[in-house]
Design a binder for this molecule. Structure first.
Ligand code: ZN
Length: 391
């Protein structure tokens, strides 16, 4: 037997590929049909809204931090907000206050006969902390809500992963998909006879545009050169690889945290160690369709678990969180030891935060993000873990 048999191939990055279409770039993709739990509903693309701006310490280098994006917890019924997201509110409030302070300062300076440009520079300096909190520094590290479509696809190099694109690009693909079906009877996503689509990005910032085109190939029919749609099927190996990747709505692809955790992040200092402990609080958000854990022990009114009296942050109930049901501060502590440990940790964290934020203003003055890491300083692995899936 050869010693070689005991070795495998090195895994690249964290094992999941994310495709993005960069500025003035064109990339070709073969999109997979819906799989896993989404196969029945025919869902081949899922829209995720992720909050960026909170970082955790790097386990290897104390001078570096990693972003840990999480899903927005806002839920809407039409235009009516059923579950409000604390981070969305904080972004709105910070933006509003920042604009108000800016205008007021410009007016004040102009009244003192300061030249317009100088007044604006003065006002910009005044709201600098808000600006950094919202937009980051050098376009990196801001608190923003990133809205994107996630699509399971294969790239031209036969790498299989997730295509992440904005709504404009998804709409462009939808148009081509519909047209291909109507004109040629081809299902773009068909497992055996689907087609490749090329996504092109042009312009930048607010003028960024996306277009999509069905990939054509040259062929000769009866001696005449013609362009036809390039049709192909997936191999068993490619399908196996795709099946092994998380479903588009899976928590292992996008991090889900509870509304309480989001609130704790917005009320906290933003220090990476604190962010990490909040994110590490047990995940109790189970989507209803994701087979929630059965309730093992019902909560009882008087449990034999010691927690700090009247914790600022209510303990997470044992079963899945009904985020739209307001949690009462008098809620009995959970019974099982794990939940009790979480409650104790939350209480500890809450008292820590209370000590740090004495007056608890409606909108705490945002602090500059700690040690934003420039993308160029990161290794590929580190970069991936910035933007990679939940861990
Ligand atoms: Zn939100």
């Amino acid at each position: 037997m050869s010693n070689r048999q005991g070795f495998g191939k090195a895994k690249e990055g964290n094992g999941i590929t994310f495709f993005k279409v960069g500025e003035d770039e064109s990339k070709r993709f073969r999109i997979f049909p819906p799989k896993g739990k989404l196969a029945n509903s025919g869902t081949w693309a899922v829209y995720h809204q992720l909050h960026y701006g909170y970082s955790v310490p790097s386990p290897n280098d104390p001078n570096k931090t990693f972003f840990r994006p999480f899903l927005c917890v806002e839920e809407k019924d039409g235009d009516r907000v059923i579950v409000s997201c604390p981070e969305c509110r904080k972004i709105e409030d910070t933006r509003r206050i920042s604009e108000e302070q800016y205008s007021a300062e410009v007016s004040r300076c102009l009244a003192l006969k300061m030249p317009q440009a100088q007044a604006e520079a003065h006002a910009s300096k005044l709201i600098e902390n808000h600006t950094i909190w919202l937009n980051g520094e050098k376009g990196f590290g801001g608190h923003k809500l990133d809205r994107k479509w996630y699509i399971l696809a294969m790239g031209e190099d036969e790498q299989i992963g997730f295509l992440i694109i904005p709504h404009k690009a998804k709409k462009a693909i939808d148009v081509q998909k519909k047209k291909l079906k109507a004109d040629e009877g081809i299902d773009l996503l068909d497992i055996d006879n689907g087609a490749w689509v090329e996504v092109t990005r042009t312009g930048n910032f607010r003028n960024t545009e996306y277009s999509a085109n069905i990939v054509q190939e040259h062929t000769t029919v009866n001696g005449v050169r013609a362009k036809v749609t390039k049709v192909s099927g997936f191999t068993e190996e490619q399908l196996g690889c795709a099946l092994n990747l998380p479903d588009l709505d899976s928590s292992s692809l996008v991090r889900r945290i509870t509304r309480d955790q989001v609130r704790m992040l917005t009320e906290g200092s933003g220090a990476p160690e604190e962010v990490e402990s909040i994110l590490n609080l047990a995940q109790r958000v189970e989507r209803k369709e994701e087979s929630p854990r059965p309730r093992m022990t019902p909560p009882v009114a008087k449990a034999e678990v010691k927690v700090e009296p009247k914790p600022v942050v209510p303990p997470i109930p044992h079963a899945e969180i009904e985020a739209h049901t307001p949690l009462l501060k008098t809620q009995p502590p959970p019974l099982d030891p794990q939940a009790a440990a979480i409650a104790a940790l939350q209480a500890q964290l809450a008292s820590l935060m209370a000590a740090q934020a004495p007056a608890a203003p409606k909108v705490p003055a945002p602090v500059a993000p700690p040690k934003a890491v420039a993308a160029k300083d990161l290794s590929d692995d580190e970069f991936l873990s910035h933007f990679g899936p939940a861990k």
